[in-house]
Design a protein around this ligand. Structure first.
Ligand code: AMP
Ligand code: MG
Length: 416
């Protein structure tokens, strides 16, 4: 059995990026940029004003005071979007934020420091030369590299793309991720319960939602019974996808057919099965398809195992497929409230914890029941506290690392 680290390394080493597509700017949020973006012009394109006031020549306001103000004839006006105007010695121009600095002017005096009378402006103090001018190219120069390929597009990047006149942009495609739900006992949402032993699926739809959060396109290819015929038929529906996720049927039970049939039907090359982790030990991983570009994850059926395996193993792969260089969930250190004990330390364990921000930093509270079938522990949690291999006890107040899958505990710091 391999370690968690070896498993993740194997996954990422075998994960290749998907193709590119061109999208409109309004659809680019959350996508990963696949080209470098350069500036098409200087920004600002010319010197302009950072204030409403008067554009003057520094020479003309030098030495001005309350008692002996500079008095300048107003001869022009410069508004944002207006024409380039000119000032002569002993004259000034009205100027507004964003207005071009007139020819001959080198300083802007804000309105509050002036008084206007009979077409003249009175300026009551000297300002340093160049005051309130936003210089040409002060933000960036034509030809500068503004956003690198591989960047996740957030609202600021979208703003830059629009300001450099890019109505469309190349991004990585979203990987298509097939989900096959297996198990004789499993019911889809909406199906009537006929027997006490039947279980309503949670994995199908928690995986669906996790795929969307990870930037993929989920494709529910069906529910298969634990029979060779049904497993074979439903697996064949995965052929057009980039990634196949199956849930259930990867442990050693008699009816666990998935591993054998992905090999037979899709030609998957299984690279590992079973990882020294809890939950999620019986996870399987492989590659298949042309150039071995497609991935297979055989995810265990227990609902918590399914979600944990997705966050720690599938999500990084989906992010890498989309060209991202930073693929893992964020990790913070937190004080473990109440401590944690276990009998054996052979496997790394991911315990469900809720996080709070206290004066001393993050505090992690473990959910009372840590079984891999306890889905309510996931509802309670924001992250997985890592109990490392070899560790059987963490004392109350000791620090552990927490992998965050839900950042909502950080919402509303200003809400009181
Ligand atoms: P398996 O991995 O198929 O041995 O399943 C392990 C446990 O997870 C069993 O108790 C299953 O009933 C349960 N399980 C399997 N698939 C699902 C699912 N889609 N939703 C909820 N529970 C499941
Ligand atoms: Mg099963």
């Amino acid at each position: 059995m391999i370690s968690f680290e070896e498993a993740v390394k194997t996954i990422l080493e075998n994960t290749k990026t998907v193709g590119l597509e061109k999208v409109f700017l309004n659809e680019a949020l959350g996508r990963v940029l696949a080209e470098d973006i350069y500036a098409d012009r200087d920004n600002p394109p010319a010197d302009n004003s950072g204030m409403d006031g008067f554009a003057v020549r520094y020479e003309d306001i030098k030495g001005a005071t309350e008692e002996a103000p500079a008095v300048l004839q107003i001869i022009a006006e410069s508004k944002a979007g207006g024409e380039l105007v000119k000032v002569e010695p002993k004259t000034a121009a009205y100027i507004y934020t964003g207005g071009l600095i007139p020819e001959g002017a080198d300083t802007v005096v804000q309105k509050e420091l002036t008084k206007v009378e009979d077409g003249k402006v009175f300026i009551f103090q000297e300002l340093p030369k160049g005051s309130n001018i936003r210089p040409q190219g002060g933000d960036y120069r034509k030809g500068d590299l503004l956003i690198k390929a591989g960047t996740l597009l957030r609202p600021p990047e979208i703003g830059i793309l629009s300001s450099v006149n890019r109505p469309t942009v190349y991004v990585y495609q979203r990987p298509r991720v097939a989900v096959l739900t297996t198990g004789d006992e499993i019911l889809d949402v909406g199906e009537p319960v006929e027997k006490l032993s039947q279980i309503r699926t949670s994995n199908t739809y928690s995986l669906y939602a996790q795929i969307i959060e990870a930037g993929g396109i989920p494709v529910i290819i069906g529910f298969s019974k634990d029979t060779p015929e049904d497993t074979e038929r439903k697996l064949s529906y995965a052929k057009s996808c980039d990634v196949l996720l199956t849930t259930g049927g990867v442990s050693v039970g008699e009816y666990d057919l998935v591993k054998d049939f992905v090999v037979k039907v899709l030609g998957v090359d299984i690279l590992f099965w079973k990882v020294r982790q809890k939950p999620g030990k019986p996870v399987a991983f492989g590659v298949w398809g042309e150039d071995r570009r497609k991935l297979f994850f055989g995810i265990p059926g227990n609902p918590v195992a399914s979600m944990v395996v997705f966050e720690n193993m599938v999500k990084p792969a989906l992010r890498k497929m989309q060209g991202l260089s930073r693929v893992f969930n964020p990790v913070v250190k937190a004080k473990l409230a109440g401590g944690y004990r276990r009998k054996k330390g052979e496997r790394v364990e991911f315990i469900r914890v809720a996080l709070e921000l206290a004066d001393e930093g993050f505090v992690a509270r473990p959910f009372g029941k840590q079984g891999s079938n306890i889905l309510t522990g996931m509802v309670f949690a924001h992250g997985f506290g890592i109990i490392d291999v070899g560790v059987t006890e963490v004392k109350d107040g000791e620090y552990i690392k927490v992998v965050i899958f839900d950042k909502s505990f950080m919402d509303g710091v200003f809400d009181g």
